[in-house]
Design a protein around this ligand. Structure first.
Ligand code: 26W
Length: 838
């Protein structure tokens, strides 16, 4: 659909020619000055860093434009099979340094800025993070886009352009406060609005049956209230390879008639209010990463993404193939990033059947050949369900479609297991009850030809637990794709020191083939190399210490061991277990039990969902513990604790290069994969961790002697639960008993009585799902081992080198290759470089 205000015209040919722009410093300077002065209208008297950043971003974006267009045109010309990655979240972080790295303009830019008397790092820090995601799932989507472009795969990302991203976390008196993240306020230089590709999205009204000209009964959706979806494109540059893919983010806007109708009736304020209501749909990212609270607006967001993206794909399809859909599934694949975009299933059926008049069976054949679903969580409370009542109210026609899908599916189940009505109930997309629910995961499974988990253990637990019935029906659909992260951002860009050392030692190819890092093995025990390695680490720790000083006011001594746990705050991730260990260390210092003491600086960071009271209490506990410990002169440099506010992508870029010890201690069987664990490993941290998620694979790669493994495994966790007796564990463990005593006596909340009672209760509760007390002893022992090993710096450095050397598997390039070989099967496509594509 083309927006009415934009009339079609053919631009003169010479307007569409795009000569590539020069990358050398002199040209960069010229363009920078031009943007700064003529576009932004700034001069000497306005030295705001932000404008300089904007000018530099525009200079880089210009240099992406020709490649971006060539990539688009090449895909179109080849009419190649494409993947559409549908995700409600993209945690992109900053784009400038990434763009320069991938374009290869870094060196010339530094030279240019030098001549202008400016510092690149300073300009980079002026960019606000694009925080359009909660955590792991959103950042994974961002890493995947980078890998797809670097592997030259025709993959387009679809998402939502939230006006407000993930809230900014401020810590006041040790407590989390949320502040709005109005990231677009200062302008987004990277996006390109494309109103000509706007789509109309329906809500409300009702579903109606009618007879078409041939007398066939058909369905239509009538009396809906519509909202426009306007696309904003963001370029995703591949690493030095000519490819620039697209991330298309949808923004909600009021339709023009909507406004005009009411406006003409003299209801100006009402028409403006209606416009605001429409635009609310993409106003804010929901900050929950583990529980769905059934909010109407969230449902509207999910449908908005699914409908706009599908209509966009079908628009492109029809332009080339007309109403002929027999090849559609051969040419299109939709990868659903968890169930959040699963409305795509009934929406594709609706579009094919109602709008394009395909038979149901034909439409279902197509749908089930192009949908693929990735699951990211085993927590039952995170499995999405939508009340049938909301479905009916906002998406009436979609509910018909869901019922039809479910009815046909259940008759297949009945045919395979005659008489097994329990199984039918268990597998039904509709969960019966007084407020019936649509189970989105089941809908996704039924429609998908591939269903994957994100680490080996997770995929195994999915088929033996949550999705067992479906696995019995369709074992061939289920597979594993262990997560990865992009080494371009998470090593090359964030750790220039290590990058330099790697380039010098093993060459530069690791940037596109991370397995090359294995070449480090032969250098691991070389003492000259170790010295260089230590120097790099030391400089990174210095940088991190400066960040901690400015953000938390706590002094970290870079000679100490830097231990870090940064991730969303959640009970299953067990920040609480770390907190108990910290109290134990403090207790030892106070008791003079400090023989061979290893000084430590412990950094925590992470956001709690605003409604997650327990997670917020744990932040408060950590802050209070830090207060007590940091101001105790007897403790001094032996132990320092900090809670870093507003943990986000750009913070992690400073944190992981400066970390010695990565804390990955989720209750086994709960963390689907984890990806922070991979970033730390790639930057030379050693891991202390449980047998959970991708930790298991990290351990496999690096070997037990280079990993601090502890605690119950997933089977042991399951066995222990029914007989778990934390009170007895506390009684029998002198150290833990002392820790609990410090807590219950109010040592960390002297003027705030009772505030930690719920935490204390949770530890002592036999139904504590996370088994914090159960793993305390093992964790403390493993930490003791860490302290000992750290004191032998040569040995530690060797292990650090080996961790990097064996991190090749955890490149998202490997993950994406596997997605492509086993699920997507799209051909890598090199854009042609001709400058005139008319
Ligand atoms: C509906 C509320 C909601 C929102 C987000 C529920 C669940 C989610 C995500 C699935 C949570 C998430 O980010 N999961 C994480 O995904 C990462 C990438 O696969 C994994 O590495 C993490 O282990 C997993 O917790």
């Amino acid at each position: 659909m083309i927006s009415k205000s934009l009339k079609k015209s053919t631009p003169p040919a010479n307007l569409t020619k795009l000569p590539p722009l020069s990358m050398d410093a002199d040209e960069l300077i010229k363009d920078f000055k031009r943007y700064y002065t003529y576009h932004l209208g700034r001069d000497k008297s306005c030295r705001l860093l932000h404008y300089a950043f904007l000018a530099l971003a525009m200079v880089q974006k210009e240099r992406l434009m020709a490649r971006w267009r060539n990539t688009r045109c090449t895909y179109k010309e080849c009419d190649s099979r494409r993947v559409h990655y549908l995700s409600m979240e993209y945690l992109m972080g900053r784009a400038l340094s990434n763009a320069m790295l991938n374009l290869g303009t870094e060196d010339e830019t530094i030279k240019a800025l030098g001549q202008l008397g400016m510092d690149l790092e300073e300009l980079e820090s002026a960019e606000l993070d694009a925080g359009l995601g909660n955590g792991g799932l959103g950042r994974l989507a961002a890493c995947f886009l980078d890998s797809c472009a670097s592997l030259q795969l025709p993959v387009i990302g679809y998402g939502i352009r939230y006006e407000y991203g993930m809230f900014r976390q401020v810590i006041k008196k040790g407590e989390q406060r949320e502040e709005p993240d109005h990231w677009l306020e200062t302008g987004n230089p990277w996006e390109l609005e494309r109103p000509e590709y706007s789509q109309r999205i329906r809500y409300g009204g009702r579903s109606e049956v009618y007879a078409d000209e041939k007398g066939d009964l058909r369905h239509r959706w009538v009396e809906s209230r519509d909202v426009l979806a306007v696309p904003f494109d963001v370029p995703i540059a591949g690493y030095k390879n000519q490819t620039v893919n697209t991330l298309r983010l949808w923004r909600a806007m009021a339709t023009q008639e909507f406004d005009l109708g009411e406006f003409n009736a003299g209801l100006y304020p009402e028409s403006v209010a209606a416009k605001t209501a429409a635009e609310h749909i993409t106003m804010v990212l929901y900050p929950n990463d583990s529980s769905e609270n059934g909010k109407e607006l969230r449902l509207k967001q999910q449908y908005f993404l699914a409908s706009a993206s599908l209509k966009d794909v079908i628009r492109r399809w029809v332009a080339i193939h007309g109403n002929e859909f027999s090849d559609f599934a051969a040419k299109n694949c939709f990868q659903l990033n968890d169930t959040h975009p699963a409305f795509a299933v009934p929406e594709l059926m609706r579009l094919l059947v109602d709008i394009h008049e395909l038979e149901w069976d034909e439409a279902w054949e197509i749908t089930t050949k192009c949908m693929a679903y990735t699951n990211h969580t085993l927590l039952p409370e995170a499995l999405e369900k939508w009340p049938v009542r909301l479905f009916k109210q906002w998406l009436p026609r979609l509910l018909d479609v869901v019922y039809e899908i479910n009815g046909r599916f259940l008759s297949d189940v009945a045919a395979k297991w005659p008489g097994d009505t329990q199984r039918q109930q268990r597998m039904s997309v509709i969960e019966e009850g007084n407020d019936p629910q649509v189970r989105m995961a089941y809908l996704a499974i039924i429609a998908s030809y591939s269903i994957n988990g994100v680490a080996a253990l997770h995929s195994k637990l999915l088929v033996s637990g949550l999705f067992r019935d479906f696995y019995e029906l369709w074992p061939e659909k289920f597979n594993n794709k262990t997560n990865g992260v992009t080494q371009r951002r998470w090593l090359a860009a964030c750790n220039p020191g290590l990058r330099g050392l790697l380039d010098k030692t093993i060459g530069e190819t690791w940037c596109t083939n991370l397995d090359e890092l294995k070449k480090l093995v032969s250098h691991a025990s070389d003492s000259t190399f170790q010295k260089q390695w230590q120097q790099v680490k030391r400089a990174n720790k210095q940088r991190l210490a400066e960040l901690v000083k400015t953000e938390c006011g706590v002094i970290f001594n870079p000679d100490s061991l830097f231990e870090v746990q940064v991730k969303r705050m959640h009970e299953y991730k067990r920040q609480l277990l770390s907190a108990l260990h910290v109290i134990h260390l403090y207790d030892r210092i106070k008791n003079g039990d400090i023989n061979d003491w290893q000084p430590r600086c412990i950094l925590f960071g992470g956001k709690a969902a605003p409604g997650y009271t327990m997670a917020k209490s744990i932040i408060k506990l950590i802050s209070n513990i830090a207060e007590v410990i940091n101001r105790d002169s007897e403790v001094g440099d032996k132990l320092k604790i900090a809670f870093l506010p507003d943990y986000r992508v750009s913070a992690m870029e400073m944190i992981c290069p400066g970390t010695d010890l990565s804390i990955q201690i989720s209750t086994a069987g709960k963390e689907a994969s984890g990806t922070g664990n991979m970033k730390f490993m790639m930057n030379g941290a050693l891991t202390i961790g449980t047998m959970d998620g991708a930790n298991i694979e990290i351990l496999e790669e690096v070997g037990e002697e280079n990993f601090f493994l502890f605690g119950l495994d997933a089977d042991e966790v399951t066995k222990l639960r029914p007989q778990y007796n934390p009170k007895m564990i506390v009684e029998q463990d002198r150290d833990l008993a002392r820790v609990m005593h410090l807590l219950t006596s109010g040592h960390f909340n002297q003027f705030e009585p009772g505030i930690f009672d719920s935490i204390i209760d949770s530890i002592l509760n036999p139904y504590d799902q996370w088994l914090v007390a159960a793993d305390f002893r093992a964790f403390t022992q493993a930490q003791q081992q860490v302290s000992q090993e750290y004191q032998d710096q040569k040995n530690w450095t060797q292990k650090s080198i080996l961790n990097v050397a064996y991190s090749g598997k955890f490149s998202s390039d490997r993950t994406i290759r596997q997605y492509n070989e086993e699920i997507w099967k799209v051909p890598p496509t090199t854009p042609h470089t001709s400058i005139d594509n008319d």
